[in-house]
Design a protein around this ligand. Structure first.
Ligand code: ATP
Ligand code: MG
Length: 208
């Protein structure tokens, strides 16, 4: 890992994509750990519009997911949130996210952060060959999933694997808990619990 710290060094910017339905401490620890290990100056959280992997599922409206992401990240000076995916009318593909963030941060070196379960799918998708020119990929460990990039044709050094503190938390589990009135405190930031309750999210959904 090149820890460049000279004045002329490029800004190092992480991109944490996700449905964030809702955002939880697994996402935040992943972003924080990659920021530390890769000496990032910023991590941009990018809530998806219509996620290509979840077309058949109901997803909470983008504005609620965006606002929960803002609430969860507001206290971290390095964390920001981008609307590029939710404002794009079409289905979310990672290549479009990378192109848009590259346009917004033209002089930055980009690091796309993904969990062990999502990395293989992303790499199989649209224009994957062009993604290597736009970003490094960091696949973080996730309890219950072994990273499944073995067997994919990848350029050397295009995807790093990083072991992070294991948090066995998923948005699916949180949605189920809320629907059954089981507490979600400490799985997500306090403000997100309060946002979910204030807006009555996840109470009446049958399709998880
Ligand atoms: P869902 O259950 O709805 O799929 P999720 O918990 O998987 O939600 P996503 O928004 O799908 O959350 O995930 C965004 C990114 O964060 C993905 O790359 C995913 O692999 C990663 N991620 C999610 N939870 C964790 C976790 N507990 N540890 C490490 N990475 C995670
Ligand atoms: Mg997921």
């Amino acid at each position: 890992l090149a820890h460049a710290s000279s004045g002329q060094a490029k800004r190092r910017v992480g991109i944490m994509g996700g449905t964030f339905d809702p955002i939880h401490h697994g996402h935040l620890v992943a972003a924080s750990e990659v920021a530390w290990v890769y000496d990032l100056d910023e991590v941009i959280f990018v809530p998806t519009g219509r996620p290509v992997f979840k077309l058949e599922k109901a997803v909470t409206n983008a504005e609620d997911r965006y606002l929960m992401t803002v609430i969860a990240t507001a206290s971290n000076p390095k964390f920001t949130v981008s609307r590029v995916d939710i404002d794009r009318p079409s289905i979310t593909y990672t290549i479009d996210t990378l192109r848009d963030i590259h346009r917004l941060r033209p002089d930055s070196e980009l690091f796309f952060i993904t969990g062990a379960d999502a990395v293989a799918e992303i790499l199989r998708w649209k224009d994957a060959n062009e993604m290597w020119d736009l970003a490094h990929f960091v696949a973080v460990s996730r309890p219950g999933y072994s990273s499944s990039i073995r067997g994919l044709q990848l350029p050397n050094h295009s995807v790093d694997m990083l072991e992070i503190p294991a948090l066995s938390i998923s948005s699916t589990d949180i949605r189920k808990r809320v629907a059954k009135h089981i507490p979600a405190w400490y799985l997500v930031p306090d403000g997100v619990v309060q946002y979910i309750n204030k807006h009555g999210l996840y109470l009446h959904r049958e399709d998880y």
